[in-house]
Design a protein around this ligand. Structure first.
Ligand code: PLP
Length: 456
């Protein structure tokens, strides 16, 4: 009989009341009404009988204002990444170089010769833009850029092996992340997956035994995000090429687009794109936003007739990149023409190259700024991670800033995450840990303000 929900005032009454007048000045009547109806619906359905006074008109005004503000706030909010994970997939992987941001902004603001050949004065192709640079940087005959590496693999297999067999080692049927699995990608391409070898060992003879007249390609997937050891073996790209070169294509999914010797980044040996092509891969696919340090993109380099066939595939249109990506990628690749510029100006490469001593110097100065604001912190040795499913085993020695609180680390982590500038950090042994490897010097001021706010 006395269901508290009966106390919910009508829309008309609420809109006419004083609590709603300022809201109606800020947002259109339609938006306010819709938000109000949603709020009322939730209160009707929700566990009523709690603390709220459902007759209080200001309750509705507050909930409607929150709903409207939530929509106006950006959900793709900038984040200060103090986790020390350089290629954080959930945080957008590689931050771009200034040259890439400038190129992107220039082409975003106006028109660009995306599909127009200025010399010939007629329609051109968007696929020419990064191709010459990629040929120069990798030694490939030709190159094609699509939306991401998953798209590159799908397009390559759909074009080369659609309706036929693609051989993949059982040791390489990996999950890349967020339930994206190589096996499913191969099937979605329309190629028929033929598993070869065993999880720990796949020999060249296993590939040879699996070859039939239906075989159209061999896919070799870089085990980029995990490490196997013990009783293991695999056939190399060179061995596979020796087995089938000229008859069937070898497609190598390198994962990360490593264009420079990893030793320059302080990382263990791994084949670069040029190495994979030189070893005999007919096509090599990679991401633009992993170790390459550019925008999200899938890059395919390799033999010209195969790339031309991929470009002609109607699927290419569905997987194509936009002008913003092409502009940012082209500017990033141009930096690689002078490797020392790439190392200095591409944030991913710069962050990977920082030594523990470099970081310790900055962390020490930062701790003094924290102390001046009354916040106590200490230095602690630790490791950063490459991330992005690359070099899972690599330890990058770093120097962490540890905050023991109060407030307790979990509460501090929550406040930083929800603060005006979102900050993500790590927690270990009930301490909040900040890694300046992934914070640029220009971001330190905002990090300091966020930490001060989280301690208030
Ligand atoms: C990351 C990765 C992919 C997927 O790349 P996206 O650009 O995220 O689509 C595919 N293969 C390997 C080996 C990878 O490491």
């Amino acid at each position: 009989m006395d269901d508290p929900r009966r106390a919910i005032p009508s829309v008309d009454r609420l809109l006419a009341g004083p609590a709603f007048q300022s809201l109606l000045e800020r947002a259109s009547r339609r938006r306010v009404v819709e938000a109000l109806q949603q709020v009322q619906g939730e209160l009707r359905r929700g566990p009523v009988g709690g603390e709220e006074n459902l007759a209080d008109e200001s309750l509705y005004a507050r909930l409607v204002a929150e709903r409207i503000e939530r929509l106006e706030r950006s959900s793709l909010a900038p984040v200060l990444n103090a986790t020390g994970v350089v290629l954080h997939t959930n945080l957008g992987r590689a931050p771009l170089a200034d040259a890439a941001i400038d190129a992107l902004a220039r082409v975003a603001r106006g028109y660009g010769a995306l599909e127009y050949d200025l010399e010939a004065g007629r329609r051109g192709s968007r696929y020419v833009h990064c191709a010459a640079l990629l040929r120069e940087l990798t030694g490939a005959e030709d190159a094609l850029v699509v939306n991401n590496n998953a798209a590159a693999i799908v397009l390559a297999l759909a074009t080369l092996a659609g309706g036929r067999d693609a051989l993949v080692s059982r040791g390489e049927l990996v999950e890349i992340g967020d339930s994206f699995r190589i096996a499913e990608i191969v099937e979605k391409s329309g190629a028929h997956l033929v598993e070869v070898g065993a999880t720990n060992r796949t020999h060249l003879a296993d590939y040879a035994a699996a070859l039939t007249t239906d075989t159209a390609a061999v896919l070799k997937v870089n085990r980029s995000n995990f490490h196997v050891s013990g009783f293991v073996s695999e056939a190399t790209i060179a061995e596979l090429a020796a087995l089938i070169r000229g008859r069937l294509p070898v497609v190598a999914d390198l994962g990360s687009g490593l264009l420079l010797d990893p030793a320059l980044l302080g990382l263990p040996p791994e084949p670069t794109v040029r190495d994979a092509l030189a070893a005999g891969a007919d096509l090599v696919t990679m991401s633009g936003d992993k170790l390459l340090g550019g925008p999200q993109a899938g890059i395919v380099v390799g033999r010209a007739p195969l790339i031309a066939a991929m470009r002609r595939n109607p699927l290419c249109r569905a997987l194509r990149v936009d002008k913003l990506t092409l502009a940012a990628l082209e500017a990033t690749l141009r930096l690689y023409l002078q490797p020392e510029r790439a190392l200095a100006e591409i944030p991913t490469l710069r962050m990977l190259r920082l030594t523990s001593d470099d970081i310790a110097g900055r962390a020490q100065a930062f701790i003094q700024r924290l102390a001046a604001a009354g916040i106590e912190a200490t230095l602690q040795q630790g490791n950063s991670a490459v991330g992005g499913g690359a070099y899972p085993e690599a330890l990058l020695p770093t120097c962490l800033i540890a905050l023991a609180g109060p407030p307790p680390a979990s509460e501090l982590e929550r406040r930083l995450r929800l603060g005006r500038t979102a900050v993500l950090a790590r927690i270990a042994d009930e301490r909040l840990l900040l890694d300046l490897r992934t914070i640029s010097p220009a971001e330190e001021g905002d990090l300091l303000l966020a930490l001060i706010a989280a301690h208030e």
